[in-house]
Design a protein. Structure first.
Length: 573
């Protein structure tokens, strides 16, 4: 096991954050020194860009349209208040005072000077953060449910298994140069909140007939040029066999995956071309040949890691106290429509009575989806420290979460978020969009995703109108690489270059949850200045023809098909 994977987990005030030991810290110090030398040689001209590129990518440094971008790893989306404060400081010292939270539960800084990149890595290491495996053809940051360890419907805490995968995969010598990048997601509940079916490997926790923990194993999902919903190759994989089985899957992919064409190098193409049955037979044969004893997860190891994720010191309510707190919250909601909407849309049931998990929306009307200023990061860090055991989560929908919040603190937290301009009560609504950075930053993009997201949000900015529409996911990608997950949006928008004109292809009916589906292409693409009107027309059709408010947008599309939308949008053509 590599040194960086051997750290422990910080338990101060309940925050479940891994903490490096002396060996880990020395490893990162050596890594920073090595990269500092590489940067100096690049600046001096002793390394060409072709020589430097693989070195910088190993340290999470990309060359974007206007500047370098640094992607920081946030393992399974969990941050401490101290770490978030350090990210805020980095954004002010080395960037332009903000950071961009991504669908991989990481954060990106978009305006990095090459000569300062080693100093940023050193600052990250001070709080046990790094940028390893945020780029390159390796196993990327394992993602999971943002409500892990708190959700009322949870079967097991998926952070335990995400941490196991982190330790197994970090700088794994056999899988550091895969055919292409590789992504794993874990969900610990029956409701998939981690989009496991659009990952290279997706794991859904379940229990066997005897109550033992195991996983349904999905393989071969992914978006990009060829969107594919994963195939379930194992109904039930016992917990002790998890790492060995993952090893077998990766070995088959590493040996069989194409390396002659980067567009056909993902495991989803291998599985498609080989066929699910043949692929599964290879995996099972590889797994049978593995030294299972060497990979078997001992129950004591699981218990040891789980102990690091032990409950924080919840101050629970008495029966009478809970009744009083509920009554006070209900009264506060009746007195303030904005607060009522915020509680209704942004809280998630907690497994401890009297607590909720609170989603902090990074999607204010007119804002940039996923962006947070340094001041906002510090505000969330302070709220987490005061009310949520110094713990913050990053969601794959580009929001933040305070996972453990007493209901009698909701009003104070809301008021503080109002002051920080982070109190949008729009989680899951049409303005809570996923969007990639697009042509404002990315050299691969064909369109400017950010202004499009802002324009749609402004058109639908009235919260009463959003509430009338109900849950509706709009996802925007600036190019076919699908960093905005447009394929699995209820409404997906893909920026395409049509004879030098910025246009958008529209898909409808996608989903990243249990009913995972790739949206269907509606018809001809729309010019950029037509898109907002087109989205509004789509919403009008849905509102006019749905059976009732309980019929979701996706259910309506499945029932009615695309023709009602085409009739509205293309009737003049």
């Amino acid at each position: 096991m590599d040194m960086i994977a051997a750290g422990t987990i910080e338990q101060g005030r309940g925050a479940a954050i891994y903490r490096y030991d002396a060996l880990d810290k020395q490893f990162l110090a050596d890594r920073v020194a090595e990269f500092r030398d590489q940067v100096a040689r690049r600046i001096a001209g002793r390394l060409s860009e072709d020589e430097f590129k693989p070195l910088r990518l190993m340290n999470g440094l990309y060359l974007q349209l206007h500047a370098y971008m640094l992607r920081v790893a946030i393992p399974y989306g969990v941050l401490s208040s101290a770490q978030l404060r350090q990210l805020a400081a980095i954004s002010e010292t080395f960037d332009r005072g903000y950071g961009h939270f991504t669908t991989r539960q990481n954060i990106q800084f978009n305006w990095i000077k090459l000569e300062e990149a080693p100093d940023i890595l050193a600052a990250l290491a001070e709080v046990d953060l790094h940028a390893l495996q945020t780029s390159g053809n390796c196993i990327r940051n394992t993602t999971t449910d943002e409500f892990a360890g708190a959700a009322a419907d949870e079967i097991v805490d998926p952070r335990v298994y995400a941490e196991l995968i982190r330790q197994w995969s970090t700088r794994h010598p056999e899988f550091s140069f895969l055919p292409r990048k590789f992504k794993i997601a874990v969900t610990g509940a029956e409701t998939d909140r981690a989009a496991i079916q659009v990952h290279d490997i997706g794991l859904q926790a379940t229990r066997g007939p005897d109550g033992a923990v195991g996983f349904a194993v999905y393989v071969g999902g992914g978006l990009g040029r060829t969107p594919v919903i994963a195939t379930r190759i194992r109904e039930f994989l016992p917990e002790p066999e998890l790492l060995g089985y993952l090893e077998a899957i990766l070995r088959v992919y590493n040996a069989q995956g194409r390396r002659d064409n980067m567009y056909k190098a993902r495991i989803k193409i291998l599985l498609r071309d080989m066929g699910a049955a043949a692929f599964t037979r290879l995996v099972e044969a590889e797994y049978a040949a593995i030294d299972r004893a060497a990979y078997r997860i001992d129950s004591a190891l699981v218990a040891d890691i789980a102990a690091h994720f032990a409950d924080p010191p919840f101050q629970t309510f008495s029966d009478a106290g809970l009744i009083a707190a509920d009554a006070a919250l209900a009264a506060a909601r009746r007195a303030d429509r904005g607060f009522d909407r915020f509680v209704a849309r942004n809280t998630h049931p907690h497994r401890v009575a009297g607590f909720v998990s609170l989603v902090v929306s990074l999607k204010p009307v007119g804002g940039i989806p996923g962006d947070a200023t340094a001041a906002q990061m510090r505000a969330v860090a302070a709220l987490a420290e005061a009310h949520s055991f110094s713990e913050i989560r990053v969601t794959h929908a580009q929001n933040l979460v305070l996972p453990h919040l007493r209901i009698d603190a909701l009003r104070a937290v809301y008021d503080a978020l109002v002051a920080a301009k982070l109190a949008s009560g729009n989680v899951g609504l049409i303005t809570d969009m996923i969007a990639c950075p697009g042509l404002d930053y990315c050299s691969l993009a064909n369109s400017r995703s950010i202004p499009m997201a802002q324009a749609i949000a402004e058109r639908f900015g009235d919260l009463d109108a959003q509430d009338e529409i109900g849950t509706l996911h709009v996802n925007i990608s600036g190019c076919i690489n699908a960093c905005g997950h447009h394929h699995v949006g209820h409404i997906g928008l893909l920026g395409v270059d049509k004879h030098g004109v910025e246009t958008y292809q529209v898909t409808l009916g996608g989903s990243a949850s249990n009913d995972a589906a790739v949206g269907e292409i509606l018809g001809r693409a729309f010019a950029a200045d037509e898109v907002v009107d087109a989205v509004e027309a789509i919403v009008r059709v849905y509102l006019a023809q749905r059976r009732d408010r309980d019929e979701s947008f996706k259910a309506f599309v499945m029932r009615a098909g695309l023709e009602p939308f085409r009739a509205s949008l293309y009737q003049a053509a």
